[in-house]
Design a protein around this ligand. Sequence first.
Ligand code: HEC
Length: 345
Amino acid sequence: MKGILYLGALVGGVAVLLLVSMVLGIIPPETVRLVEGYMPMQMVFELACFVAGFTAISYLLGAAGTPMPRFWQGILFWVFVWVYLKFRVYPPIPFSVRAMYGTVSLVAVFMWMSSNEEDWKKFRQPILNVLDAQTGFHRAIRTLALILLPIIIGGFSFLSMKPSSEEPIELRTVHPAPPASTKVHGKTYVLQTSQNPYRVNSEGKYDQEFSNARIVEQSMGRLMKSDANPWDPKAEGYLKYVREGGEIFFQNCHFCHGDNLNGRGLHAFAFNPIPANFTDPGTIAQLQETFIFWRVSKGGIGLPNEAFPWASVMPPWEQHLTVDEIWKVVLFEYWHTGYYPRTWD
Ligand code: HEC
């Protein structure tokens, strides 16, 4: 009989040691695996080992004259169930389910503790001792509990009431209303009246007629004829600025907006929102040229409040390019996509 008890205590002790070292990460949790398919049986077997071990240990302690108090037996067993469910069972059980199992095992522990009058008395004795506070030790515990309990409960309430600083769901306004005017490099540009100074005719003058003659489709997302080659030295009018804008684009913008201007640059997919696709009729085609000038100058951080959150990585190009360079690169974007900017009419 004694032999069986010792064996049980040994098994229980080893099982507890294994569990504790897995929890502490001393040995990797895979050391004793739960095998898929056999998991329920394995768990029942393990739990039986634990219970047998605990029983044996508590008998031996009792026989040695140092019995473990009933109260602590109950608490420790319940803690064990929690630890086992949390650290041993794989795949992890969600907290809500563990809370359910925890409550059920709490009830079970209670039933075990109160199964006969004598055990129940032994179980509640330590609690009554603390409440009565007859000795100095118990008084200290009671005082501590009276101080700590409100702090803990208050702390939890505080944390759950505290406004969180988590990101809100993103409802980004992609094209916010622009400001009436924008100041770039010290000069104010009124968006309604400003024009791209490089949209010029063959004499180098701003000329709406010259542009209109080249618009081939009059609708939202107007298209512009682009049969001429900006790299041709005989190219007329704005085309030579298109070429300069192209150089600026391929030095600064194509990493994000892509060399086909379709928003699929090298770095594009590292970002959210991803860079604008200028070939999409929903971007520059339906925006005024001054809107684009403003967006390129001020970038993501220059977006107005309504476009919050300003998660865009679009750089504020006024910090890197001159006003002329910005107008030229805008010109290039329109030329390359074949779109003609929306006008204010
Ligand atoms: C680091 C990446 C990055 C670079 C480089 C970059 N952009 Fe952008 N750009 C973005 C992102 C992301 C967006 C989309 C979010 C937004 O609207 O701000 C964007 C949006 C835009 C828009 C607005 C389009 C619309 O529909 O409102 C324009 C115009 C634009 N970029 C032009 C440029 C130009 C011109 C350059 C080069 C001078 C450039 N970008 C370089 C990331 C970049």
